[in-house]
Write a protein that binds this ligand. Structure first.
Ligand code: NAD
Length: 491
């Protein structure tokens, strides 16, 4: 079977998408349709009806009507429903992974299946918080009032997410919002509506009452209508900094609090005392996984001069053996980029970097041919000797491009790492634990991964500083983002 035939057959699994309001498919005013293009084939595989702002009004109204019932549902029942949802995510894992692959090109072997597992894990974790959100009793004098606090939901939360890991984004936001007793209006990117639709269907199957979680399918205008809506009480957003600025301006008109998970330009500092047998495969693989479409990936590899050539060669050798190809094949490492716009943007960045001599191309730099030529594929690309001040090193690529930069001293490495406007994640590879602890302080980011770790743990906060955003997802902080604390004084 050709790639085209394989994907056509697989696409039979895609559900018919529409907005879901109050548990019903929404049939209001349409604002047109969106042709969903399979990123691996470049062929249209579904027509997505886009909702207009009337749907945002209807979804907010449904969420408001469901709010009192949901906040007064016992925490133990909310926990049960979310636990069931986690179980259903696992049970439908293969289908969800295939849908992810078809909608954004995430590879089955290195992306989609992992996102399903993470989605189940985050949902199960936040299920556990639903009956454990307690307040505190303040230590007051015997003649003073009794003072205590009650954690309360905000009300209706607007959740707007992007396309690169939608299942994970859903699970990082929706379970904690629901666990805390909020109701939700969700808008995924129009490029990835299928996973959101299935997530809602599974939530309903798990017993979530109608109206508690509503889905609006639309583009930027729909997102803008959610962020400006007076019926929304909190906004949680994952996407780019430029969009976040607009959302914040809209939210300001209603004084609505916002949580922003934005981009990143993570540095990975490899020192000459690092265990290279681990550091090299980690640095190569983690920079380019999900075809580089990840906010938290270590896309700038900073290597100490003495081991520089060894690491450049080693990383290049690891990436060279990875397969770029059909994302449905379990052995494929790098799939296509999400859409034509991403292909043009990333190809443009590579061409500009070459023209500006921002670095030396040691691998890739072009597009694969054959049957991949129809899809949005770009070769895994490595630039060495990159100028740390170049646009390539300073700005997010969001594609399979790794920049390698040499350094001499720890101070110089910190200066380069901290030189971008982003601050989501940084990484250190060293066997000197005192150095590791110093760098954990000196590097400017929400997370530091030391010695081959990832960047995220469900029980720990994840989020950025600088233009990478603010607010935290994960752990206790992640659920407290959806809680407003009330203080009670009793005389
Ligand atoms: P984007 O900001 O263009 O779009 C994200 C979402 O916002 C989409 O649903 C879109 O329809 C909606 N939107 C667009 N304009 C809007 C507006 N004016 N008002 C309200 N909503 C609007 O994001 P993108 O460029 O497609 O996504 C990539 C970005 O997301 C990258 O910067 C990446 O690093 C970031 N990201 C961050 C994280 C994280 O956890 N920190 C995770 C994944 C992706």
């Amino acid at each position: 079977m050709t790639l085209m035939e394989r994907h056509k057959k697989a696409a039979e699994i895609l559900p018919a998408v529409s907005s879901l309001v109050g548990g019903e498919r929404y049939a209001g005013v349409s604002s047109g349709t969106f042709d969903h293009i399979n990123p691996a084939t470049g062929q249209a595989q579904a027509s997505i009806p886009l909702s207009g702002t009337d749907c945002v009004d209807a979804a907010v109204a449904a969420a408001r009507s469901a709010a009192a019932g949901w906040r007064n549902t016992p925490g133990s029942r909310r926990r049960e429903i979310l636990e069931k949802l986690a179980e259903l995510i696992v049970r439908n894992g293969e289908e969800l992974a295939t849908i992810s692959t078809l909608e954004n090109g995430a590879t089955m072997g290195f992306g989609a299946t992992r996102f399903v597992n993470m989605a189940a894990e985050w949902t199960r974790y936040y299920a556990g918080w639903a009956d454990k959100l307690d307040g505190l009793v303040v230590d007051t004098h015997r003649d003073e009032p009794l003072v205590y606090t009650i954690p309360e939901p905000f009300g209706v939360v607007g959740i707007i997410i992007t396309w690169n890991a939608p299942l994970l984004s859903l699970a990082m936001k929706i379970p904690p919002a629901l666990a805390a007793g909020n109701t939700v209006v969700l808008k995924p990117a129009e490029f990835t509506p299928f996973t959101s639709l299935r997530f809602l269907e599974l939530a309903r199957e798990a017993g979530l009452p109608d109206g508690v979680l509503n889905l609006v399918i639309g583009g930027p205008d729909t997102g803008a209508a959610i962020s400006a809506h007076p019926g929304i009480n909190k906004i949680s957003f994952t996407g780019g900094p430029a969009t976040a600025t607009k959302i914040m301006q809209s939210a300001a008109s209603n004084l609505v609090p916002v949580l922003f998970e934005l981009g990143g330009k993570g540095a990975n500092l490899v020192f000459d005392d690092a265990n290279l047998a681990e550091a090299i495969p980690f640095s190569a693989t983690f920079a380019l996984v999900n075809t580089g479409q990840g906010c938290a990936l270590p896309t700038r590899l900073l290597v100490q001069r003495g081991i520089y050539d060894t690491v450049v060669e080693g990383v290049t050798a690891v990436v060279r053996q990875y397969i770029t190809g059909d994302p449905l094949e379990p052995t494929t490492f790098a799939g296509p980029l999400v859409n034509q716009a991403a292909l043009e943007r990333v190809s443009g960045i590579i061409d500009k970097a070459k023209a500006e001599n921002a670095g030396r191309v040691v691998l890739g730099g072009g597009r694969p041919g054959g049957e991949l030529a129809n899809g949005f594929f770009v070769e895994s690309t490595i630039f060495a000797d990159v100028d740390p001040d170049s646009s390539l090193a300073q700005n997010e690529v969001f594609g399979p491009v790794l920049s390698i930069i040499p350094f001499d001293t720890e101070e110089q490495a910190v200066e380069i790492a901290n030189s971008t406007a982003y601050g989501l994640t940084n990484y250190v590879q060293t066997s000197d634990m005192r150095r590791a602890r110093r760098l954990a302080r000196d590097l400017r980011s929400g997370t530091i991964g030391i010695n081959g770790t990832g960047n995220m743990h469900v029980g720990a906060p994840f989020g950025g500083v600088g233009i990478s955003g603010f607010g935290r997802e994960g752990g206790r902080e992640g659920v407290m983002e959806f809680v407003s604390t009330k203080t009670v004084l009793i005389g």
